[in-house]
Structure formats: C-alpha cells, structure tokens
Design a protein around this ligand. Structure first.
Ligand code: GDP
Length: 544
C-alpha cells in the first residue's frame, strides 16, 4: 500500500496534559490549540466555550470529564492531545488515557506546587512509564514561586525534576524566561497576546544566576546519562545539542523530568512548551513495544510501530457525538486502517465494519481515508466495540494488554420521575455504561430498584445529568451508599483501625478487605492493599 503518511512516525507525539483541578490544564490546552493554529479566538475557559470540554455540563462545572483526543500541528509535527480529567472521581479516565499516550505534560500551579491530585496522576503515569515534562503554570499569580514548585516535585513525588528555564520575575512582574540550554532570554510582549516575544542575550543582572543554574542542569543531566557524564568528568565542553540530546535520552527513560515556567492565561511560555514536547517527549518509535497476545496460542507478540505490519489498535474511548453518533477513539499501534474496511474486535471475537474515520481538531472534524500506526482517530460504525477492546486485522487476532477498570465505589438507586420513562431510562443507562466501563447499572433482584454505581458522587451526578440532557429522562436519586476507598497504611494498623486478618482478608473499620501477601510469604503488603471497590457482600460481617 502506498504510504501517504503526512507526518512521519518520528514527528508524531501522543501526549496527555495532567494536573490537579484548577492548575490550568484547560486554559493551557486551549492556548496550545490556539498556537497550533486550529482555534482562532482565545476564549476564557470558564466564561466561554472551551474546545476540549465537549459537554455542556463540563463548562457549567468547570471540570474536564471526557477523554477526547484532539489533533494539532506544531512546526511540522503532529501532536495528538489526549485529554485527561483532573477530578479525583475520574482517575479511571486518566488511567485509560495513560494507556494510549506516549508522553505527558504535568501542569502545576506555581503558587501551590505539587497538589494531592498531581500526586495521584503522577503515580499513575509512573505505573505506565510515561515520560513527562512539567509546566509550572500561573507564574503571573500572586504568590507564584517557581523554585518552590520545582522543589515540591522532588519532595513530594521523589522525581528527578530540573528546571531547563529560569523565569524572569514573578506575579505581575513575570516578564519572560531564560532558556538555560541556549542561554538566551525570551521576553514577552504582553500586548501581542503572547504571539510575539524578543529573544535577547541574558540580561547582565541575571547572568550569574542563570549560569549557576545551567551548571546545575548540566550536572543533573550528566548524572542520568553516561555519555554526558564522561565528558562532564573530563571537564569537556558540553554543547547545546549534546545537552538537549542528553535531556531527551534521560527524559525518555523516566530518569529526568524537565521543568518549564509560564502563564497559560497570559499566553507566556506556551510555544516554548510545545518546542519541549517535540524535543523531549517520545514519538511512537521511542516507546517500548506494546505487548499483545495471540488468543489461540497464548503466544506473545511485540507491537512495534510501523506501517508494513498487520493492523492492531486499542479502543480507548467511546463517545457520542451529537451529529455523527457513536465515535470509537482508537490508538493504532501497528499497520494501517482504511475507512470502509473490516476489522476484528478480537476481544469480543466479532467482525466489525469501520464506516468513516475522523480526526478531531479543536474546531472541526476531518474525515480521513486511513489512519496509520502511531496515530489516533475516531471510527464511526463500530457497533459492538467498547472501551478497552482490541481491534485487529481480520485474520490476525491479538489481545492487546488492556486496561484495568476498578470496581465502582459508590452506588445509588435511581427512579424515573415519570413511571412511563422506565424503558427510556434503561436504554439510557445501557448506552452510558457502554461508553464508560467504570459506570454500571443493574436491577436489584429483590426490590426491583434500578441501581447505578460509579467512581464517586460527582461521577453519578454527571450520569444523571447526561440522562436528562441527552436522553430526556428526568430521574430522582436515592442516598448514596459509599464504600471504602482508602489505602491501608501501616499506621492504620498501628492505630488499631486494622482489626484482624486471616487468609488474605482483613477487617478494616467495619468492612472486610483483601490484601496481598508480600514476597516473603510471611507478611502482607498493607501499603498495596487499596480498598477501591464496593466491598463484596460475602466479606461484610453479618450484623447478628
Ligand atoms: P483546569 O481545572 O486545570 O482545567 O484549570 P482551568 O484551565 O480551568 O483554570 C482554572 C482557573 O485558573 C481559571 O479561572 C483560569 O482562568 C485560571 N488560570 C489558568 N491559567 C492561569 C494562569 O496562567 N495564571 C492565572 N493567574 N490564572 C490562570
């Protein structure tokens, strides 16, 4: 097949933007889309329509829930931005995005540094070995402190993070950044909405400090990179290109996390961040191969990006578009998929026909004839595919290592306000649970009640809200039954909250949990015992 790839694999980046809520992820995403030329108006996230927040309720609540993928272009590179939600209830969405992205930008609030949700998403990213760069946002905010923020990464995340920039000023006086690699200063022109800046020699007053920071950076990179270390120890000059290459190598192996400064709101630092995405985050060929299993023989196969192989992809998100209907977002690992062709849903062992293929830009959907390995697209026409399914060539079934969906932690009863709407409600719940594997709906066999369960109150609120908006069913909601969601720590045991244990089960507070034996077989990993699900009925001690 003729390779009509517009962007070579090395010039493709699949990235996520992750943050604690309110750190500025949405604003930053919007600015990135603006500078990558796809949006032509900058709107204030919370006042106007935001590009990544699809659903009306997200705008009302000011949080990002869906995990849509948006395709952008930066200096001849294709950048697919996979949206990751910032609210704790949606960590499952974060987890599923992490499966399909190759690198991430972690956004911090310069005044707050690392926050609790940053820790959660950072840990999830570490689990999947996702290389990261850090953007210390809100440098214009009162109390902004870049050095504190950088330190908080080391202190709270135990990550080897180092600034590759030095901010010039902070708060109202945040004027620009010094690029510690190039040793040049970028000074912003506020009136030009950040589209213009002057690159000048480092001002005399900052020179000594910038040089000191550059030396510290070189040393830190050398520590993670043998080739540089040798030169460094021999006292040889390390060129800009060598330093950049060293940073790239160390970032790709998760030994180093470059940190940049900026203000998305004031349009400062966003272009430099995009350059850093291209310079330091992996392309699909830089990531370790994705493991897939032949469902018949059980043999493992490594999927390495390239077009002359059989098609294999993972469905990572199902969404409903008001105009085109059901969209299945896929990440293609190997081969090419053409619109109109048949694929095998190897998870469900069903052949499916792909109608059209779309690539989502911030303000338009482009129909594309084919999607290549390493890229992301949305397929129309896949009726049986749900999140986490493997899609492959019809004659080459493979199970791609899939995602883990934790059990829901909260359950409520729902009832349609109008009895006649019961069928409509059932239909809505069925559709919504197909889209969202961490959401479940069931009927209580004893009472006949409809029960819905999800990852938190907000999650279920949103489901009920979507029923009303998208399916026109008004429902009343019962009181939530909250299950435990806590990490059992050694201190909990010491404090006596962990009561007893036998055979891998223990009583914690008034629920029973399972925990894992440690490697010695003599003890248990309490730190690893996360109560993330509704406690199975059989573990709940009977009251009488
Ligand atoms: P998200 O929850 O991480 O998506 O954060 P948003 O992008 O919605 O931003 C949260 C709030 O912080 C909004 O009121 C933004 O206007 C504001 N904000 C975002 N970026 C900046 C920034 O660089 N500086 C300042 N001062 N405020 C910002």
């Amino acid at each position: 097949m003729a390779n009509t790839r517009e962007f070579p694999l090395e010039k493709t980046r699949n990235i996520g933007i992750m943050a604690h809520i309110d750190a500025g992820k949405t604003t930053l995403t919007e600015r990135i889309l603006y500078y990558t030329g796809k949006i032509h108006k900058i709107g204030e996230t919370h006042d106007g329509a935001s590009q990544m927040d699809w659903m009306a309720q997200e705008q009302e609540r000011g949080i990002t829930i869906t995990s849509a993928a948006t395709t952008a272009e930066w200096k001849n590179n294709r950048i697919n931005i996979i949206d990751t939600p910032g609210h704790v209830d949606f960590t499952i969405e974060v987890e599923r995005s992490l499966r399909v992205l190759d690198g991430a930008i972690a956004v911090l609030d310069a005044q707050a540094g690392v926050e609790p949700q940053t820790e959660t998403v950072w840990r999830q990213a570490s689990t999947y070995d996702v290389p990261r760069i850090v953007f210390v946002n809100k440098m214009d905010k009162l109390g902004a402190d870049f050095d504190f923020s950088v330190d908080s990464i080391g202190d709270r995340l135990q990550a080897n993070a180092h600034a590759i920039q030095m901010p010039i000023g902070a708060e109202d006086d945040f004027e620009g950044v010094i690029d510690l690699i190039e040793m040049k200063a970028d000074l912003y022109d506020e009136d030009a909405l950040g589209t213009e800046w002057d690159t000048v020699d480092v001002p005399e007053e900052y020179l000594a400090e910038a040089q000191k920071r550059r030396d510290a950076l070189v040393e830190a990179v050398a520590e993670s990179d043998d080739a540089l270390m040798e030169k460094y120890l021999n006292g040889e000059e390390i060129s800009k290109d060598e330093l950049k290459a060293g940073i790239r190598r160390a970032t790709l192996t998760n030994d180093f996390f470059p940190v940049l400064a900026g203000s998305a709101y004031k349009n400062k630092g966003v272009q430099m961040l995009m350059d850093a995405v291209v310079d330091y985050l992996p392309s699909p060929v830089d990531v370790k191969p994705y493991t897939a299993t032949d469902p018949e023989t059980g043999e493992e196969e490594d999927l390495v990006a390239g077009d002359d192989k059989d098609f294999a992809a993972l469905a990572f998100k199902v969404a409903t578009d008001p105009y085109v209907g059901r969209l299945t977002f896929i990440r293609v690992y190997t081969g090419t998929l053409e619109s109109g062709s048949y694929v095998l849903n190897a998870t469900k062992d069903k052949r499916e026909r792909v109608g059209r293929l779309l690539q989502m830009h911030s303000n338009q959907q482009n129909e594309i004839p084919e999607v290549f390995s390493g890229d992301i697209a949305a397929a129309i026409g896949l009726k049986n595919t749900t999140t986490g399914d493997s899609l492959t060539a019809v004659d080459h079934p493979l199970h791609l290592e899939s995602m883990v969906f934790p059990d829901p932690v909260i359950q409520v009863a729902v009832e349609p306000k109008t009895k006649a709407d019961q069928d409509k409600m059932n239909n809505a719940l069925q559709k919504l649970s197909e889209e969202d594997p961490s959401f479940r709906a069931e009927t209580n066999p004893e009472t006949g009640e409809t029960l819905i369960s999800g990852m938190g109150e907000l999650h279920l609120d949103i489901i009920v809200d979507r029923m009303r908006r998208e399916f026109k069913v008004d429902a009343t909601v019962g009181a939530p039954q909250v299950a435990y969601r806590e990490t059992i720590t050694k201190s909990a045991q010491v404090e006596g909250r962990f009561i007893r244990q036998s055979g891998g089960k223990g009583q914690y507070g008034d629920v029973w949990i399972e925990f894992t034996p440690n490697e010695t077989g003599k003890g248990y990993e309490f730190e690893d015992a996360i109560v993330g699900g509704v406690v199975p009925r059989e573990y709940i001690p009977s009251v009488d």
